[in-house]
Design a protein around this ligand. Structure first.
Ligand SMILES: Nc1ncnc2c1ncn2[C@@H]1O[C@H](COP(=O)(O)OP(=O)(O)OP(=O)(O)O)[C@@H](O)[C@H]1O
Ligand code: NI
Length: 303
């Protein structure tokens, strides 16, 4: 299994403006690897994930390609795929989505078991809810509970179980640790790591760099709709190369605890050159020209 995102862009039409939510994204993710997509709120991370699943609203226009290579099948371009293909072959079967807030994603009036059973039935799987639950680290007695009777960690595991029901080779996890306390963050990341070590490809979206450091093999940093750095995780945490990525790490309480000055630009009014230029200590006249991603995966004239 391999995901090859190639020149993916997403634009939203809103009254009087265009929101450039994802611009020319390029990255690859293979089986057994975990890629963490990091960046400040609003930079386009969730939109990218929803674009891969064909879950964007009607005012979105998606261009470029996102190839899914599955052994024994023709490569499938998720951007060009019909809704029928996405519904029948992709969502839940090739790509499992772990949603941003599991508790809100579960139906309040039905037990966890009923929800797992329904998803397994929809996917035509013979596995029992109990067996599926066990794969996600739940005990059978937890399945008799309604969502409000589940702790945050248990709700997370039910959401993981739903994402795993169709045994998808690619998992997308969008902020799977939002609102969880540190032990649950660690447990969730360990769980994602396990899914990856079993041979799945995992794309985890987070602005929690500590969580990303625990789980990821590779890091992609997004800023103002663009991927500005792609690095192997060890190298990234030892020394990020894009000035924005350095700023993100320096802002961590465990590091320098110095925030990046200023705010990201509006996605309706992106500047022509490097979008980080107004906040960057290294900026020069050269930065009025958009830096391309270089052979080392960094989009900066000064990296
Ligand atoms: N349906 C829509 N119409 C117009 N703009 C949208 C729509 N959905 C998202 N956007 C815009 O796209 C941009 C990217 O949003 P996205 O949700 O991907 O951010 P994010 O990086 O996931 O942030 P967060 O960390 O807060 O989840 C935002 O500016 C958002 O307002
Ligand atoms: Ni998001």
């Amino acid at each position: 299994m391999r995901l090859r995102v190639d020149g993916l862009s997403v634009r939203f039409r809103i009254p009087g403006a265009i929101v450039r939510a994802v611009t020319d994204a390029r990255f690859e993710l293979g089986a057994g690897r975990c890629l963490a997509l990091v960046g400040e709120s609003g930079c386009g991370k969730s939109v990218m994930a929803h674009a891969l699943l064909g879950l964007l609203p009607g005012n979105a226009a998606v261009t470029g390609h996102a190839w899914l290579d599955v052994p024994g099948q023709d490569p499938l371009d998720l951007v060009a795929a019909s809704e029928k293909t996405l519904a029948r072959r992709v969502r839940g079967r090739l790509i499992g989505l772990v949603p941003q807030s599991p508790a809100a994603h579960l139906t309040p009036v039905r037990t966890a078991r009923a929800q797992l059973a329904e998803t397994l039935r929809e996917l035509g799987r013979a596995e029992t809810p109990d067996a599926l639950a066990e794969r996600a680290g739940l005990r059978p007695e937890h399945l008799d509970r309604y969502p409000h009777q589940l702790s945050g960690g248990m709700a997370q595991r039910v959401a993981n179980a739903l994402a795993l029901a169709g045994d998808p080779p690619l998992i997308l996890a969008d902020e799977p640790t939002t609102g969880l306390d540190r032990p649950l963050v660690d447990a969730t990341m360990a769980e994602l790591r396990r899914l990856c070590d079993e041979g799945r490809a995992v794309l985890v979206i987070t602005h929690d760099l500590r969580a990303a450091e625990r789980v990821a093999d590779d890091i992609a940093v997004m800023y103002a709709s663009r991927v500005v750095e792609r690095s192997e995780a060890g190298a990234f945490f030892a020394g990020p190369r894009h000035p924005y990525a350095r700023g993100l790490l320096d802002a961590l309480p465990s590091r320098r605890f110095v925030p990046i000055p200023g705010l990201p630009p509006e996605l309706t009014r992106l500047p022509d050159g490097c979008a980080f230029r107004p906040r960057c200590a290294l900026s020069t006249a050269a930065c009025s020209v958009l830096p391309a991603i270089d052979a080392n995966g960094v989009a900066c004239h000064h990296a």
